[in-house]
Ligand binder design. Structure first.
Ligand SMILES: Nc1ncnc2c1ncn2[C@@H]1O[C@H](COP(=O)(O)OP(=O)(O)OP(=O)(O)O)[C@@H](O)[C@H]1O
Length: 197
């Protein structure tokens, strides 16, 4: 029988690039079909070939994005290059209303914004066993050029420092052995909600 998520707050997963976030929540999707959904962000960048509106992103104009932002419609938003990105409250609420547990894969500035907004969520940080192993995985994945790898490794140091701030995350998982890390994530996700005794 399918397991039920008792604590229905969205789950914010963060951690350095290449640490295995996508791999870990990919397993959650695979092993618990119809339970989870990945939040679809808004962006002002044009779609790349093959990208579908509402699936990969909600593609919107700059005007529409700024209007929604002015109405406090985003739990977090950021600019990368010339483009704006954000996670809309309405998107999350629609998915929750369908009975799905929403997973947000968000970088550190977005995590800070969601924390600061008081939006109810559970925060999980995925840490590498070591900086050397993170570098190995980034290279092993073979998706970035050397310059991008160096940039990601510098950013990783900032994120790892930040993860040590007390109270930032509800759960920190070291992704050393994949199945072991997965089990920790699964146990956390399906745990009973904490109640004030
Ligand atoms: N526990 C593990 N042991 C060894 N390799 C792993 C482990 N977890 C993930 N990997 C590998 O590390 C690489 C990076 O993983 P992944 O793409 O899931 O990272 P990510 O955190 O989602 O990165 P990004 O934020 O850049 O999308 C992949 O090649 C993946 O197969």
């Amino acid at each position: 029988m399918a397991r039920v998520v008792r604590d229905t707050r969205p789950i914010v997963i963060s951690g350095p690039s290449g640490v295995g976030k996508g791999t870990l929540y990919g397993l959650l999707f695979q092993r618990h079909p119809d339970t989870f959904t990945l939040s679809v962000s808004h962006t002002t960048r044009p779609p790349r070939p093959g990208e579908q509106d509402g699936v990969h992103y909600h593609f919107v104009t700059r005007e529409a994005f700024l209007e929604l932002k002015a109405k406090d419609g985003f739990v977090e938003s950021a600019q990368f290059g010339d483009n704006l990105y954000g996670t809309s409250k309405a998107t999350i609420e629609e998915q929750m209303a369908k009975g799905k547990t929403v997973i947000l894969d968000i970088e550190i500035e977005g995590v800070k914004q969601i924390k600061a907004s008081g939006f109810p969520a559970r925060f999980v940080f995925i840490a590498p066993p070591s900086e050397e192993e993170l570098e190995r995985r980034l290279r092993g994945r073979g998706t970035e050029k050397e310059e991008a790898i160096q940039k990601r490794l510098r950013q990783a140091k900032v994120e790892l420092e930040y993860s040590k701030v007390p109270g930032m995350h509800d759960k920190i998982i070291v992704n050393d052995d994949l199945e072991k890390a997965y089990k920790e994530l699964e146990d956390f996700v399906f745990a009973e909600p904490l109640t004030n005794l």
